[in-house]
Design a protein around this ligand. Structure first.
Ligand code: PLP
Length: 395
């Protein structure tokens, strides 16, 4: 009954989800406290109190038919203007409401912009390791994903391999910084070089190549690291932002696309993206959440809680002999597997009730992803189990 396109998606149903089910099953057998589930990227830090207050205030102060009504497919004008001004204040940019298109989170933002841009067989370049959902997003519009292999020394994008893979069929390049699954923040130098390479290739092939910066983790950065603002390095940039992690609202489905004036055919792209939002069935981003976001532009989750988790986990795992680079952002640790087949490491971890995700789920075998958006207590309780895994490998 189901379509041919859905068949493979059903079969490959994300390893992360399968793991989630496994976590629930194990919790029933051993008790929730004895299972250390590091598999999902579901924020455990609560949404800031401003969000709750804003929901109440919107419902009390704004007319119900307005709050719950349809609006422009791009979103409420005043909300978009407020976001543009807030970006301008933070990054010294010059955006306005017609650069901001409200979306149903980053997943939807990515689909909207890919639907807007791609013709069948257009190529979209991604840097491994990457969020594997991009495969489905690109395939939704008959695009072809082209994968740049990782530079495992520091997990900055491998620019030599990148340049080799750009062709006249390249329509877009997706980056994600701070990165899921490595936690790496792409440096200013990396972004400058990506911009230079793309400018050169655009001239060579005579068509626009759009850099799509997927940024759900922008606000989660540590050690005073600043996440460079990507539109500064290359004109043909679209930013896909989400409040799922920055305000811990993943179930509320709210984010935006930033389509700057500098983008080739910017207003045409903006108009088409608004229509893509409609015809993909979103119609518009959730209206109550749009109203809430306008009131919460200066709110933030407690990033220190993630930082504390990061430090404890990184310090402990490296002390036990595991190798990994210290992440500067997001809430993931990408740990090198002591044996080549990292799925076997996942099995060994499972023996000690630890759930982690194989790197092959991010097109980067030989590593595992540990999500530390869990309680500090869970991390503390899990440490003896991690130590046993290290001992089993004689690290
Ligand atoms: N992009 C990346 C890299 C992610 O890690 C996620 C979620 O984990 C998303 C996009 C989707 O985020 P959203 O909840 O805003 O759709």
């Amino acid at each position: 009954m189901i379509s041919e396109r859905m068949g493979p998606l059903v079969e490959n149903n994300s390893a992360i989800r399968t793991m989630f089910e496994e976590g629930k099953r194990m919790a029933k057998i051993y008790g929730a406290e004895q299972v250390y589930d590091f598999s999902l990227g579901n924020p455990n830090v609560p949404a800031p109190k401003e969000v709750r207050q804003a929901i109440l205030d919107v419902l009390d102060e704004e007319p119900s038919t307005f709050v719950h009504g349809y609006m422009n497919n791009a979103g409420f004008e005043d909300v978009r203007e407020a976001i543009a001004l807030s970006l301008n204040q933070r990054f010294g940019t010059n955006f306005h409401q017609n650069n901001i298109l409200m979306t149903v989170g980053a997943a939807s933002g990515m689909n909207v912009i890919l639907k807007t841009l791609l013709n069948p067989e257009d190529q979209v370049i991604v840097f491994a390791p990457y969020f594997l959902e991009y495969n489905a997003y690109v395939r939704n519009y008959d695009g072809r994903l082209v994968i740049v292999p990782p530079d495992t020394r520091d997990f900055q994008p491998n620019l030599q391999e990148f340049e080799k893979r750009i062709t006249e069929k390249t329509k877009a390049v997706i980056i994600n910084t701070p990165n899921n699954p490595t936690g790496v923040v792409y440096s200013r130098e990396t972004l400058e070089k990506i911009g230079e390479i793309l400018k050169k290739k655009q001239e060579e092939y005579g068509g626009a190549i759009v850099l799509i910066s997927d940024e759900p983790y922008r606000e989660l950065a540590y050690d005073g690291v600043s996440v460079p603002f990507v539109t500064k390095f290359y004109d043909n940039t679209v930013v896909c932002y989400s409040y799922s992690k920055s305000l811990s609202l993943p179930g509320e489905r709210i984010g935006y696309l930033l389509i700057p004036d500098e983008l080739t055919d910017s207003s045409q792209v903006f108009g088409a993206a608004s229509i893509a939002n409609r015809v993909l069935g979103c119609v518009n981003a959730p209206s109550l959440m749009q109203r809430v976001i306008k009131r919460c532009l200066n709110a933030a989750v407690n990033v220190e809680a993630y930082d504390r988790n990061r430090n404890l986990l990184y310090r402990s795992l490296t002390e036990y002999g595991f190798c990994c680079i210290k992440p500067q952002g997001a809430f993931y640790l990408f740990v090198e597997s002591p044996e080549e087949d990292e799925k076997k490491l996942c099995e060994v971890c499972k023996k000690y009730h630890i759930l982690v995700v194989p790197g092959s789920s991010f097109a980067c075998p030989g590593y595992v992803r540990i999500s530390y958006c869990v309680s500090y207590e869970q991390i503390k309780r899990s440490l003896p189990a991690f130590r046993k895994v290290a001992e089993e490998y004689k690290l």
